[in-house]
Ligand binder design. Structure first.
Ligand code: GLY
Ligand code: MN
Ligand code: MN
Length: 429
């Protein structure tokens, strides 16, 4: 693995917490993700199922975790099934995890080969009353028509054991994953630190007429160099009016002299992510108008991030962010105070210039799992990302940091990433 091995105490504790939430005499089965295919004989880079990773730390395909805390036989309480290697795999793909390595990573003593899963499960299923199975329940799930390994496991298990009870593993993991442990915070801090140096490299490389994808290359070079696995998501390098398309990521335009660039990118280190946005002028000097818009967004970020603290209700936070943005839009001359006073609350005027939410959980997923109805608590990590997009002026500005909620407020994990206008201009000299 590229990253330093994570202490397996993290996964031991995660399993303990998961087991504490299981109903009596039930078995949990967590699956890995599929290796996804491109065309012909090519495959995409593997990314592990995050619930499985959270509970055992194994970053390899064809992995199954079985937890049966009430098993009559002690050796059946936790079993990890991994892919058995052979000469063919060794020659073509290289080494796979040995049983000893899997134990060292996961802290699980009993490791079996994945082809023995069905037979081993049979011994336990006849004693158990129900199953917890994994499923992607994310509120913005995109895998609607693709059958995942989780879907296949649900189908297979329900067919084989139709009279058992079935429960949702994701309901437990989404509650646990919302609160980050010290080990997880350290990994997220590492991702944030790599983001900071990547951003500084981009500032140094930027000059008029550079292509957006050349700046994307600076990000990728730096994150690979420092042991990160991949971009946390397809980075957005959007110059000028491109920044007004919220999910622009073709990154194929030329950066023109007087334009501002919106750079929204994240680093995935040991499967934990950062998600940051910065804006900077192509030629190193903000225009007066860019400064005005930027200062408004920075004000919203500074004031808004103060609201991210224990006890805050997420929807109240988002409401207060829109109030902040609305008053900045009036100051910028984009909205008229009287019109705002008379606006239809169902169709608020600010939405023309500020059309997205500003705080999402972040962790193993960039838009991490977790209920937004849950009051904000210590140990959660949120982004704060206000933005103002003025298509008619070719200016789009968003600023985004990652905040760990502490007992008294929050800690900015991305504090070291330059954000003040003077600092950015100085770094671009
Ligand atoms: N880049 C995704 C987000 O900021 O939420
Ligand atoms: Mn982002
Ligand atoms: Mn974000």
């Amino acid at each position: 693995m590229r990253y330093d091995q994570i202490p397996n105490s993290l996964f031991v504790t995660n399993r303990k917490n998961f087991i504490n939430k299981m109903k009596p005499n039930t078995i949990a089965i967590l699956t890995s993700n599929d290796v996804k295919h491109n065309n012909a004989d090519d495959v995409m880079a593997f990314s592990q199922n995050n619930d499985l990773f959270y509970l055992c730390g194994i970053d390899q395909e064809d992995t199954l975790l079985v937890l049966y805390p009430d098993a009559y036989k002690k050796e059946n309480r936790t079993i990890l099934f991994i892919k058995e290697t052979n000469e063919h795999i060794k020659i073509w793909d290289g080494e796979k995890l040995t049983k000893e390595q899997a134990t060292s990573i996961s802290g699980i003593k009993r490791i079996e080969w994945v082809q023995d899963f069905e037979m081993q499960l049979q011994y336990m299923a006849f004693e158990a009353d129900g199953f917890y199975l994994g499923h992607n329940e994310h509120l913005k799930r995109l895998t609607k028509d693709q059958e995942t390994q989780q879907d296949r496991m649900i189908k297979w298990c329900k067919k084989k054991y139709p009279l058992h009870e079935y429960y949702r593993a994701a309901k437990i993991t989404r509650a646990l994953r919302q609160i980050k442990s010290q080990e997880e915070i350290a990994l997220m801090q590492k991702a944030a630190d790599i983001s900071v140096s990547s951003f500084k490299n981009v500032l140094k490389a930027c000059k008029p007429k550079i292509k957006e994808y050349e700046l994307e290359a600076e990000l990728y070079y730096n994150l690979v160099k420092f042991g990160a696995t991949r971009h946390a998501f397809q980075p957005i390098v959007a110059s000028g009016k491109n920044a007004c398309a919220l999910h622009y990521n073709t990154n194929d335009s030329v950066c023109n002299d007087d334009d501002m660039i919106l750079l929204d990118f994240g680093v995935c280190y040991a499967n934990y992510n950062s998600d940051t946005t910065r804006c900077f002028p192509v030629n190193g000097r903000f225009t007066d108008r860019q400064k005005e818009v930027y200062s408004s967004v920075l004000y919203c970020l500074k004031e808004g991030s103060k609201l991210l603290k224990p006890g805050m209700i997420h929807s109240d936070y988002e409401k207060q962010m829109t109030t902040l943005a609305e008053s900045e839009l009036i100051k910028l001359g984009l909205l008229n105070k009287e019109d705002v006073a008379l606006q239809n609350p169902e169709k608020p005027l600010y939405k023309k210039y500020f059309m997205h939410g500003t705080a999402h959980h972040i962790g193993l997923d960039v838009h991490d799992v977790g209920l937004y109805s849950r009051t904000i608590e210590e140990g959660m990590v949120f982004t704060c990302e206000p933005g103002i997009y003025i298509a008619e002026e070719g200016i789009g500005c968003r600023l985004e940091n990652d905040y760990l909620i502490t007992s008294t407020g929050n800690l900015n994990l991305t504090e070291a990433m330059p954000i003040e206008i003077d600092d950015i201009e100085r770094l671009m000299e």
